[in-house]
Design a protein around this ligand. Structure first.
Ligand SMILES: [Zn+2]
Length: 94
């Protein structure tokens, strides 16, 4: 039987830093306050992530085996849960 894998979406940190401020400002929500970050706050967050070695960051929480450079390692479909959904905004913080 063929094993199907699913991959969580990630965003390219350097790529997003090239976006227009208006677009960046819509991307992130502060995990604690629930407020959208300003473009400047979002950029600061992304630069911090680059410093930590992240080339890509996940939607929501990091999944099992997440790689800072390669991203999601892929998961068998049967183990997919509702933890990651594509319609949730990016969450900052740890
Ligand atoms: Zn994953």
């Amino acid at each position: 039987m063929k094993t199907t894998k699913t991959y969580h979406m990630v965003i390219d940190v350097r790529g997003v830093l090239n976006w227009k401020a208006k677009e960046i400002a819509r991307l992130f929500t502060d995990a604690e306050t629930g407020k959208r970050l300003t473009a400047q706050q979002a950029k600061d967050y992304l630069y911090d992530k680059l410093k930590e070695g992240y080339e890509v960051i996940p939607f929501g929480k990091e999944c099992e085996g997440f790689d800072k450079v390669k991203g999601c390692p892929g998961h068998p479909v049967s183990k997919l849960n509702k933890e990651h959904t594509l319609d949730q905004p990016f969450i900052t913080g740890s």
